[in-house]
Design a protein around this ligand. Structure first.
Ligand SMILES: Nc1ncnc2c1ncn2[C@@H]1O[C@H](COP(=O)(O)OP(=O)(O)OP(=O)(O)O)[C@@H](O)[C@H]1O
Ligand SMILES: Nc1nc2c(ncn2[C@@H]2O[C@H](COP(=O)(O)O)[C@@H](O)[C@H]2O)c(=O)[nH]1
Length: 198
């Protein structure tokens, strides 16, 4: 795979990955491109097929996985999620930094590929804060919320493994977290901006 170095944003559901990503896309729209994953979960209010996700059935997704169309895939909170080769290629064809928002299983699987992204984990300051953010977001049923909190406990523990992430951002103050994100990406951003000038 070619183009600028991709970026992986991982971390527990509710830690603030999409919030930080939206800020990046707003400030550097032409520099970054989102890798639109596939999922079997139901769309949330306001989510558009092909924008936040490709919303598909389990049967279709399994068929495409079996056909070798995915770089990685995982089961998370009762649903399938995965990054297709086409999703990453579409961003790289535009000479943009491809951003993957994926869970920890995805990170481990991407490590086995030749994608070589910058790995960033976004964490909430505590499980209590995370729970409040997820509840306030009002997107999950109680069952889904509990599943996500269980996955978050695992994520918070395993993400500290030395060498797994290039940076762990504790997203307490949003502006501070965003500054840290921009700082680690500054060199790649500059490279893409320069290449788009010439
Ligand atoms: N620093 C912050 N302080 C307070 N609230 C925040 C902060 N960052 C994000 N939030 C809020 O927390 C909620 C969860 O954030 P967000 O949806 O970005 O998380 P996520 O990591 O993308 O979750 P998921 O993996 O489920 O998509 C949102 O309602 C968001 O507005
Ligand atoms: N391994 C992968 N994980 C993914 C992918 N797309 C999203 N995700 C992760 O799933 C959870 C839940 O997302 P939500 O949108 O239902 O809240 C979150 O941690 C995402 O990072 C993917 O393609 N592969």
């Amino acid at each position: 795979m070619t183009g600028p170095r991709p970026v992986v944003l991982s971390g527990p559901s509710g830690a603030g990955k999409s919030t930080l990503l939206k800020m990046l896309l707003k400030d550097y729209g032409n520099v970054f491109g989102f890798s639109v994953s596939h999922t079997t979960r139901q769309p949330r209010v306001g989510e558009v097929n092909g924008k936040e996700y490709h919303f598909v059935t389990r049967e279709r997704m399994q068929k495409e996985i079996d056909a070798g169309e995915f770089i990685e895939h995982a089961e998370f909170s009762g649903n399938m999620y995965g990054t297709s080769k086409a999703a990453v290629q579409a961003v790289q064809a535009r000479n943009q930094i491809c951003v993957l928002d994926i869970d920890l299983q995805g990170v481990k699987n991407i490590k086995k590929t030749d994608l070589k992204p910058i790995y960033i984990s976004v964490q909430a300051p505590s499980i209590e804060v995370l729970e409040k953010r997820l509840r306030d977001r009002r997107t999950e049923s109680e069952e889904s919320l509990q599943r996500r909190l269980n996955a978050a406990r695992v994520d918070m523990e395993l993400s500290n493994e030395p060498g797994l992430f290039d940076l762990i951002i504790i997203n307490n103050d949003l502006q501070k977290a965003y500054s840290e994100l921009k700082e680690i990406l500054a060199e790649e951003i500059q490279k893409v901006q320069e290449s788009k000038k010439s």
